[in-house]
Design a protein around this ligand. Structure first.
Ligand code: PRP
Length: 218
């Protein structure tokens, strides 16, 4: 059996995805312990997990440091990594949206200032509408930008809508629904085909109806 390297996103989504893999027969009990360790191996199950920042999963998989990984569709759309998307895990559900002040009225006489963590998704969205924009690339707390006048609108993930509501903002337009995907490195998919297909099948079987319906938490 060939060893599979799996890039797992740190955080709630990674915990949930690991829960699925654990039930699917790819457990690595040390992962449940609170530590600063970043790699975990289970020789018998043939898996080695890497804990990475959610936005970095696709890079590890594209470059082959990991054979497979769990990444949000937002990351796949933003970075367009050259990987295979094997399975929609139906978890981490949310929406990529344009949001802004509730009463926002877009004045086309001015360039629209758009704050976002997802510049490519935002650029594609507005370019398809021939709307000229100025991109303001931020790393977090995106909702703050229109509140303090740094931008007119934002392009960001909306899950429960609480962050928008609590900052007096609203969804202006939905761009695309998002959920977590199981992705694979293209070369690995050739050389470890059996192992990867078995994992994808078992993972699909171990998804419970509840997990499929669940929304992403933090
Ligand atoms: C994400 C996203 C929104 C928020 C949406 O931010 O960027 O700000 O969650 O969730 P909600 O609709 O349930 O309120 P995250 O918590 O990842 O933090 P960030 O500010 O560092 O991007």
């Amino acid at each position: 059996m060939k060893m599979m390297n799996i890039a797992l996103p740190k955080g709630r989504l990674g915990d949930k995805a690991y829960g699925v893999l654990e039930r699917a027969g790819y457990a690595c009990p040390a992962l449940r312990e609170d530590s600063r360790q970043l790699t975990f191996v289970n020789e018998e199950a043939g898996v080695r997990y890497f804990l990475v920042k959610p936005a970095d999963v696709a890079i590890y998989v594209e470059r082959g440091a990991a054979d497979i990984g769990i990444a949000g569709k937002d990351i796949l759309l933003e970075y367009a990594p050259d990987v295979y998307e094997l399975l929609d895990l139906n978890m981490g559900r949310c929406r990529m949206c344009v949001a802004g002040p509730k009463d926002f009225d877009d004045d086309h006489a001015h360039t629209l200032r758009v704050a976002t963590k997802f510049p490519r998704i935002a650029a594609r969205h507005f370019s398809a509408r021939s709307r000229e924009i100025e991109l303001i690339h931020l790393n977090g707390s995106i909702e703050l930008a229109p509140v303090v006048g740094l931008s007119d609108v934002i392009v960001d993930i909306v899950e429960t809508g609480a962050t928008l509501r609590e900052n007096g903002l609203a969804v202006l337009e939905e761009i695309v629904p998002i959920s977590a995907r199981l992705i694979a490195n293209k070369a690995s998919f050739k050389f470890k085909r059996e192992e990867i297909r078995a994992l994808a099948e078992r993972a699909q079987e171990s998804l419970t109806a509840k997990e499929k319906a669940e929304v992403q938490g933090k």
